[in-house]
Design a protein around this ligand. Sequence first.
Ligand code: ADP
Length: 491
Amino acid sequence: MASKKQIENPELSLSRQFDELCTLVDAIPHLVWIGRPDGYMEYHNQRWLDYTNIPLEYTYGDGWTQSLHPDDRAGALATWQHAVQTGTPFEEEQRLRNGHTGAYRWFLVRGVPIKDTRGSIVRWFGTCTDIDDQKRIQAALLQSQERAASLMNSNIIGIFIAEEEVIIEANDTFLHMSGYTREDLRNQRMNWASMTPPTYTALCQQAHQELTHLKYMPPYEKEYVRKDGSHLPVLVGGVVSQINPHQCIYFVLDNSARKELEQRKDDFISMASHELKAPLTTLKLQNQLVKKRLERHGLHEAGAALSRLEEPIKQLERLIGELLDVSKIQAGRLEYAQEPVDLDKLLHEITTSMQQVHTTHTITVRSIPHLSLIGDKDRLGQVFINLISNAIKYSPDATTIEIDIHPSMDTVTISVRDHGIGIPPEQRKKIFERFYRITDQKQHALSGLGMGLYIVSEIIKRHNGTITVDSEVGKGSTFHVTLPYHPTRNV
Ligand code: ADP
């Protein structure tokens, strides 16, 4: 008896095979299609139909192309026809329309011929894989790469990447700034540490410690030594690379124009203060001379009128003196004596003379007798005069100023407390900067040039001390000056 297989009609068998294939294809979690060897599209699986929302009968022949983005249709058809003619598999990215939302998504469409034992193509089997998210990520990546490249090639900011101290990548701007070439860079001849002048080594180390701790380096001013040996003032900031924590990315701004301007301003201040000092000294001496002559001739009223000039002259003298100090500090020319200073005596002398002039406030000193340290008496005196003057000036509605001395093992802290307008937290560091004044309305009414605390902090720095401020707006401020103190050196 012939087997069932032998007597089965071959056409029927083929149709059953096709049906079985279609059932199988419907179970695949993919968009799948089946084409005839002549290119006629004869089947799309349920997923394909669900996605495109096109009924199966409209997909036959070339009907499937209506699911494509209009811009992709001609290309997709040409690819398919070429594959059919040559019998070669193909792969192409095409946009397919979601029939429910109307949106197009990118798919990777693949087609492979299925051959019988004789090598003839019996069917084409194809899949459509959704690659839209992947494409979007690729596009975003490309965009961010382009953005990074345009940043890297910015002609305003120099950018370089360093591993330890060796610069491994740099943009043209940084190479141009530093005078090095791409070849120097390739041959690892650029090293930021050796490009840093010794005067900036300590500052640089401090900045790198911050970089290690915070993972970024707040911008700071320094210089680089160019390849030709000249110095370039710059502003540098940096971050640790998120991809490779051994690498840091640095941003460098050429600061030479600003530095030049600053230098010109410093030169002007220095010149102006010298130019003002000479005529003021003449004015003061002449005033004293004429006053004496008038009094000798019994013209006391006229003498008293001249006396009234003494205070404004003193004010001018103080101001010019501060301007001179600022320019000397800038030039590193402020000199300091090294002498024993009886702190208690100094504070009492200062407060007694200030109390005579300022009758609006009571100044009290709670000190410890015979406490001495080594320093410059006049400059330390200048510090306390400045702090007490400010305490009086910035507490117009209060009546007391308190000064305390707290010695410890190796330091002594002098605190000057007022009950005045106070200093907002965000301004507490800035007030020690040169020419910095708080631009608050209340403060605006009180005159000043913002030099006093800058000079004070520089004098304290030179005594290896520190100055800090505690304050509450509307309640008052306390300035704490801490100075090194060697009890053994007491006099
Ligand atoms: P100025 O000549 O303006 O007083 P300073 O350098 O002495 O300059 O002070 C800088 C700024 O700090 C002042 O403009 C003021 O705004 C603020 N300041 C200083 N001392 C006090 C204080 N005791 N109370 C409140 N604000 C103060």
